[in-house]
Every structure is written in C-alpha cells, then in structure tokens.
Design a protein around this ligand. Structure first.
Ligand code: SF4
Ligand code: SF4
Length: 323
C-alpha cells in the first residue's frame, strides 16, 4: 500500500472540515479519523441487501486525485460482497468471526425485504439472519444510500417484498437506533459517508435528525436553500425548457424545495458538477419521496410537489397503520 503522509491527511481533514462547515479547528481530528479508516485500525463490515451496488460504486469508483478518492482507494474493508476476494464459506467464516467481536463499523447498503425474507439471501439464508447479529454487535451502524435510509427504489409503491429501511428493520427487532447513522442520496455521496465515519471515530456520534438519523452537517439544508438559482426563484424567473442555463427549474419539476442534501456545496465527482448546474431539475434522490410512488415521472410540475408530499405521507401512514 502506498503511504500517505501526515501532511496529506491534514489536507484531507481540512478539506472535509471545510465541506462540513466545521472550520479549521476540526481538521486535525478529522485527519486522525481518516488515518484510522485508511490504515485499517477500524474494522469495517459492508453488507448489502436489496441494492444495485450503486453506493459501493459511488464510493469506490471515485475520480482522482482528490481527498476522498484517495481515502476510498485505500479504505480498509474487512468484508465487502463485491470487492472482497473471499467467497463462499471462507467469506462467511470471516464475517461471523468479525461479528463475534463487538465494536466494528457496519455499513449497510440497500433495503431489507421484510415481507419476503428470501428475496435477499446470504449463503442461501435470509439476509435478516446475518443482519440481526451484525447490527446488534456493531459500534456504529451506517445506512448508506436512499434504499437503506428510507427503502428507496426497492420499496416503491406496489413492491411485493415489503422492502424497508434499516431503521424500520431495527425498530421491528426492537433494537436501539441510537448508534444508527443514515447517509441517503441515490447513490450516497462518498464525502458524506467518509466524513460521517471520520467524525464518528474521533468526535463521537455526529448531530443527527431524530426521525431519519441523517447527520445534520450534510442533510439539514434543502437543495433549494443553497441553490445558486434561488434568486431566480424569488424573482419568479422560471425556465420553460430544459437546457436553460440561467432560470429556476421549479416549473420543470425541480424538487429542490423538498430535498435535504448539500449537493450545491459538495457537488459530484470531485466537485465537477451537480444536477441543477447541469440544467437538470433535482429529482429528490435524497428524500423519502424518491421513487415512492409508481407511475410518477421523475420530472413533475413544480407546483405539484405539495400534492406529491401529501400523497406519500398518506400512503406511509396507511402502511404503518396496517403494520
Ligand atoms: S432550480 Fe430547483 S433548487 Fe434551484 S432555486 Fe429553482 S426550485 Fe430551487
Ligand atoms: S440535486 Fe437532488 S437529484 Fe441531484 S443529487 Fe442532489 S438531491 Fe439528488
């Protein structure tokens, strides 16, 4: 493994601190957290449920150079279904050995098929059989991506598997969600995952919202509030065609007002671009409304977002009453 100098770690820590909005005083602590991740001092178990592996790809197929891409390239994973060389019984033995020593970091990607346990199998057994002890013995549990945070695409209206978020799984098993952190978006941004983990390792559990357990440093402000086109919205200057490089995309279906994520600040692919800057309305991939309803196009009339919110809330309520 190539060595990364302390100076480089400090630069990464400073870059993360700036992104999180914590200021330079936090840079050394975050640098130490990153060092622990990189040099394998922390045991990380990465399990997948109903997922497309997009969050793994987002984390590991990062462009270089860049602080997060460096960290992700060297990050030490005790087990990852797609990346680990170990297969079959060898892999299972490795996982069970890890799970028997509490205190590791569990990263979970995808939804849990709670209504159809055999829809997701590990070693020919329902995922739940492994997930339960893995969650119980973890020091921190990170739900990565929109599927693990809310259910996401696998939980879309009409799905037959009863796909649910990791939080719902934990609540159903009466597990304490105090050590749960959720990092949504489809896919999850590498900076938010690595930043949350580095923060947790050195500074403890980051502040999070009580309902979905999302770290507030990344998910407390709406895309709309931080959007560089916000002043066009305020002046009612709306784009009427896709490709408009200047006006607000609200009337083309932008769901920035109901999406809580730091996309305008962080951007994607090492800050190359993000949805609105690419003239695409935000499709709310960070929210519980993403893909919740069938037969709803990604690009909806902006004015209809309240109706969408109402319908999803209603359908969530009736689902939970039926539970
Ligand atoms: S483009 Fe979307 S996020 Fe930006 S100001 Fe308009 S509605 Fe808000
Ligand atoms: S701007 Fe919206 S659709 Fe784009 S990544 Fe952010 S939350 Fe997802």
């Amino acid at each position: 493994m190539n060595q990364i100098s302390r100076r480089e770690f400090l630069k990464m820590g400073a870059s993360l601190a700036a992104m999180i909005g914590l200021g330079p005083l936090y840079a050394p602590a975050l640098a130490e957290g990153l060092q622990e991740i990189v040099y394998g001092r922390v045991r990380i178990l990465w399990l997948q449920g109903q997922s497309c592996t997009g969050c793994s790809v987002s984390l590991l197929d990062s462009a270089s150079p860049g602080p997060v891409s460096l960290v992700t390239r060297y990050m030490s994973l005790a087990f990852h279904a797609t990346l680990s060389a170990a297969q079959g019984q060898v892999a299972m033995d490795m996982i069970y050995q890890l799970v028997q020593k509490p205190g590791y970091v569990l990263i979970f990607e995808g939804a849990v098929p709670m209504g159809m346990p055999r829809a997701s199998l590990v070693n020919d057994k329902p995922l739940e059989e492994l997930l339960l002890p893995a969650v119980q013995n973890a020091g921190v549990v990170i739900a990565v991506g929109t599927c693990a945070t809310y259910g996401g695409m696998p939980a879309a209206e009409g799905n037959p598997t009863g796909a649910a978020s990791l939080r719902k799984f934990m609540e159903a098993k009466r597990l304490n969600t105090g050590n749960l952190l959720a990092v949504p978006n489809c896919p999850a941004p590498p900076e938010s995952l690595v930043g949350s983990l580095a923060y947790y390792l050195k500074l403890g559990m980051p502040p999070k919202d009580p309902q979905f357990h999302r770290p507030t440093m990344f998910y407390s402000r709406s895309v709309h509030a931080e959007c560089p086109r916000y002043h066009y919205y305020q002046n009612s200057q709306f784009a009427s065609d896709f490709g408009d490089e200047h006006n607000c995309l609200f009337k083309l279906g932008c769901l920035g007002p109901i999406s809580f994520s730091d996309c305008p600040r962080r951007q994607w692919n090492d800050r190359t671009n993000w949805c609105v800057r690419a003239n695409s309305p935000c499709i709310s991939c960070s929210s519980e409304y993403f893909c919740a309803l069938k037969d709803v196009p990604f690009f909806r009339k902006g004015e209809a977002y309240r109706a969408l919110k109402k319908t999803v809330n209603k359908s969530t309520e009736s689902k939970s009453q039926g539970e």
